[in-house]
Design a protein around this ligand. Sequence first.
Ligand SMILES: Nc1ncnc2c1ncn2[C@@H]1O[C@H](COP(=O)(O)OP(=O)(O)OP(=O)(O)O)[C@@H](O)[C@H]1O
Ligand SMILES: [Mg+2]
Length: 278
Amino acid sequence: MLLKLSEKDIWTVADAYEGTIVFGGNGAGKTSGSGKDIAKAFLKQGFGGLVLTVKIDEATRWCNYVHECGRAADLITVEPGRPAALNFLEYEAARPGLGAGLTYELVRILQIAMDGGRERGQSENPYWDDAVAQLLTNAIDLVLMATGRVSLPDVVDAIRASLDSSQATNVSDSLLGNLQTKIFHANACPLTNEYAEKLYGSELQATANMSVGTGGVTGGYQRVMLPILPAIKFTTLKKGGAANHGVVDGYVFQAGKIWNGSDGKHNRNWLLVPFKQD
Ligand SMILES: Nc1ncnc2c1ncn2[C@@H]1O[C@H](COP(=O)(O)OP(=O)(O)OP(=O)(O)O)[C@@H](O)[C@H]1O
Ligand SMILES: [Mg+2]
């Protein structure tokens, strides 16, 4: 067991292997809520891994986790001023297999062709040069992975496909589909909340209506299909901090999973988990 999500629901190593994604607006509690619990569970269970940090306090946060979980001896920090390093050029050149060392060379040749021999430093907008290089690199890698060889028409096709917005949606949908555990924290983004609403689906629910007129009071019940968790539910979740007594709420989803809940009688496809900040 990695996490206890309720008295009667656990999150296992097998669940972790199937991929996880955490959604939430800025300051919703992704890092200090579910992220922290998942990180510590992995460390305590002996997992290894590569942690890429973006924010300045994130490396310190992870160092603290590593120490708290008794994994200090396993920590290798790669940052300027420290000896540990990865020479990714050498790694790329030395790795076995088709296409090794080819991508960078191809990107360089294509860029020279497009620039008409213009020097990098003289470019009017280096940002776009970098963006083109990134696009070419990704497209070439994609073609290599898909076909094992690379040709200009295939690279052009891959770039066209990536620029087609409907394709982009398909790619992101299939990526999200592969990450089986989804945790939704507070979010003001309607697109994400509608995505969550669709994920949890709809069910028949009873609604009541009543009208008062000259003929008296009339009313009744209907059964209509309504969202199990309407998008608005994701806008009101607890975001941690003193105001919420350090509690970060998150709705957890797993395809095909019916949660037991703490009383064992919940029997729903959603589970509202109160993650505690440190
Ligand atoms: N240990 C803690 N105790 C109490 N409050 C905290 C703690 N850590 C963070 N907070 C507060 O809880 C809220 C959620 O913070 P957190 O950094 O986890 O959100 P986040 O979703 O990761 O945000 P971001 O999108 O900026 O990465 C913030 O208001 C933050 O100041
Ligand atoms: Mg964060």
